[in-house]
Design a protein around this ligand. Structure first.
Ligand code: ADP
Ligand code: ZN
Ligand code: ZN
Length: 655
């Protein structure tokens, strides 16, 4: 009998495929069960190969009736593996729904292309002239044609997306709407269902494995042709994908921070290029990187400068606030303003970039501070669960009654988080409805929807939250917004911290005030950046021009490219040795600038020390080439490595 040979990618952390044989003809992109180190694993056939010189093992079983990944998906996935210098098998596994990572036979569903009916009643209003022009412009994009779509908050961008989706469906295509966070799905899903009926898919990590598989199957059959999803939804097999829209393009959560450190935005752009389809990168606060590409003439640009209702977002003012005049973080001068707003039956939004009750728990006698056992990280006091929690490894500890160092019982918590503000306002305004949105309050499935519905019908209320509250929600009747400790952004360890902070401030103003009377107050004791005056007028694009000039002068991204080579192990010296050798190799062989090795800001997580080497080059291709040389010429040649290593291209922060 004729025998066939295949390269199979297996989800193990080596950048290598393995050759297996079979009597069957198998198409690339199909899942197969194979024996690997005496273990049964699910791999993906990536291509047929000639008969090798060595003896091969037989593929145990073909698991797909039709390939799980088609040729176009494979093309993009191969790029992901190459670009991020990451095992191809692990890349495949990263994008498979959990069910398909398991060993079972998958019979492809019948194609039953769904025709969508548009509910015209839902289009009760006509587009504003700005929206109309945006629609015309974006609808003309053809082939691979990336376009940055700027529109101030509430300029009606979502309405424009829906019209574009309608056109794409009419022409027989499918659409992927990528969103940064799960928390944005409920509202968007509702709006799309109202317009296009029930066949709107949603896909993200809070969906059960069964739900995700259902969405995968329905997309493959063509029953679902509109998908709203987070970064894990990129390779859901939509039929005839013809349009990708990225909402809130600037958002950091498009970047996966663990494992395969990919940017869903970059992968989506590559995907659009491979498929020769338009991609729209939308935001009220586009990232400097995208604006830079627009400046260079590489990407198109369209902007809606006005809100739908013609009222512009409120300006913000900076309140130079000292810690002395604060009650639970809120400047005492603001209390009467809060009171006034609430008595007018309006909502107050309070933003703080920290969850928990207090970030520090300490002994007032000897200054002992509660730290995590396995991370170099302070424990955060959580009053609602009466625990001390590590925000790095998520371990929680009981609250001690006396100091473990000096046995004093004078223990206290310091600093402010969302819970502290919540309990303070609860005491001051006991009868006012209150919603707290942070990672802790929204952990359970459905809790976000429940919290949002609690305040949808009330007039006066407090909305307290972390970034989660700044993102895309449509709150009614918010007349006062307060940003507590905006400086937390400026002194943070993010790459491009000022860019991030300015985006956040503009996004907060977007959640507030359709009445024209609303105010945003930014409490701060550090901010006196001359450009903040430009930003406080709400003109993000003008602000970004200044910031781009600054970044150019400082040679920061997007005017240079960064990558972090990180080492992690229980032994500090092993990390430093490994990184020093990497640095030597880079300096000898290549033309890359190296900074470090340095201990990370959180220098220990889950018992492992972390150190990194920052790599910098003028362009991304140069940086990539050098890094790949390092990995292939040095790291992968080491026999026994004492450290775990990873590369992070275009890192979000230096941590
Ligand atoms: P964005 O996505 O830019 O924040 P949305 O599309 O959510 O803006 O629009 C903001 C609000 O304005 C929504 O409540 C929406 O229903 C409404 N809206 C959008 N377009 C129009 C229009 N042409 N006329 C009246 N209201 C509109
Ligand atoms: Zn003590
Ligand atoms: Zn920890």
């Amino acid at each position: 009998m004729e025998k066939f040979y295949y390269s199979v990618s297996i989800p193990v952390p080596v950048r290598k495929d393995f050759t297996y044989s079979s009597d069957e003809k198998i198409q690339a992109g199909s899942r197969v069960k194979v024996l690997f180190n005496k273990r049964e694993v699910v791999g993906v056939v990536c291509r047929q190969t000639p008969k090798p010189a060595f003896k091969t093992t037989k593929i145990e079983k073909l698991l797909d009736e039709k390939p799980t990944f088609d040729a176009l998906a494979l093309k993009t996935l191969n790029w992901v593996s190459d670009f991020y210098i990451y095992s191809r098998g692990e890349v495949f596994s990263n994008f498979l729904p959990p069910k398909l990572r398991k060993d079972f036979y998958y019979e492809s569903p019948e194609i039953k292309f769904n025709e969508y009916e548009v509910n015209d009643d839902d289009k009760r209003f006509s587009l504003t002239s700005h929206q109309q022009r945006a629609f015309k412009f974006l609808n003309k994009l053809d082939g691979f044609d990336p376009c940055v779509f700027h529109g101030v908050t509430s300029s009606g961008k979502t309405e424009v997306y829906m019209r574009l989706v309608e056109e794409a469906l009419k022409k027989g295509g499918s659409c992927l709407l990528l969103i940064p966070e799960i928390s944005l799905t409920p509202q968007l899903e509702q709006r799309f269902k109202k317009r296009f009926g029930e066949n709107i898919g949603t896909y993200h990590s809070k969906k059960t494995s069964k739900e995700r598989f259902e969405t995968w199957k329905k997309s493959k059959s063509g029953e679902l042709r509109v998908l709203i999803g987070t970064r894990s939804s990129l390779f859901v097999p939509l039929q005839k994908l013809s349009l990708i829209i990225i909402d809130e393009e600037h958002d950091a959560s498009f970047k996966q921070q663990e494992g395969l450190k990919f940017s869903a935005k970059d992968v989506a752009i590559k995907m659009a290029q491979d498929r020769k389809i338009p991609i729209i990168l939308a935001s009220a606060t586009p990232s400097l990187k995208m604006l830079h590409l627009v400046d260079k003439g590489k990407y198109k640009f369209f902007s809606i400068p006005k809100r739908v209702n013609d009222k512009n977002p409120p300006k913000f003012s900076i309140l130079n606030s000292h810690f002395l005049d604060r009650k639970s973080g809120i400047d005492t001068n603001l209390l009467s303003l809060i009171d006034k707003t609430i008595s007018k039956d309006k909502k107050v939004l309070i933003f703080i970039n920290r969850r928990g009750y207090s970030p520090v728990f300490k002994c007032t006698d000897c200054n002992w501070t509660a730290m995590c056992n396995s991370c170099n990280s302070r424990l955060v006091y959580h009053k609602d669960s009466a625990r001390l929690r590590c925000h790095r490894c998520d371990t929680s500890f009981g609250v001690p009654h006396s100091c473990p160092e000096c046995e004093s019982t004078k223990l206290t918590s310091e600093g402010v988080g969302t819970q502290k503000i919540e309990s303070f306002l609860n005491e001051e305004f006991p009868s006012v409805p209150m919603v707290r949105l942070d990672l802790d309050s929204t952990r359970k499935k459905g809790s976000l929807e429940r919290l949002l519905s609690e305040i949808s019908d009330t007039k006066k209320a407090f909305l307290i939250g972390t970034q989660m509250i700044a993102k895309g929600h449509d709150f009614s009747d918010v007349e006062l917004g307060i940003v507590i400790d905006a400086d937390l952004g400026l002194v943070s360890h993010e790459v491009n911290a000022v860019e991030k902070l300015s985006q956040l401030l503009i996004q907060v103003t977007g959640r507030v005030g359709r009445s024209g009377k609303s105010k945003i107050i930014v409490q701060s004791n550090l901010l006196d950046n001359e450009y903040l005056n430009i930003l406080s007028s709400g003109d993000y694009l003008e602000f970004s021009k200044h910031l781009l000039k600054e970044y150019e002068a400082a040679n920061l991204p997007p005017f240079s490219s960064l990558a972090i080579l990180r080492a992690s192990s229980p032994n500090k010296t092993s990390n430093v040795n490994f990184l020093n050798k990497a640095r030597k190799y880079l300096e000898k062989e290549t033309n890359c600038e190296c900074i470090g090795p340095l201990p990370d800001i959180i220098s220990k997580i889950r018992g492992n020390f972390r150190h990194s080497l920052l790599l910098k080059a003028k362009t991304l291709p140069t940086l990539h080439k050098n890094t790949k040389n390092l990995v292939e010429g040095y790291i992968e040649k080491q026999k026994r490595l004492k450290v775990r290593w990873s590369v992070d291209f275009n890192p979000i922060d230096y941590q």
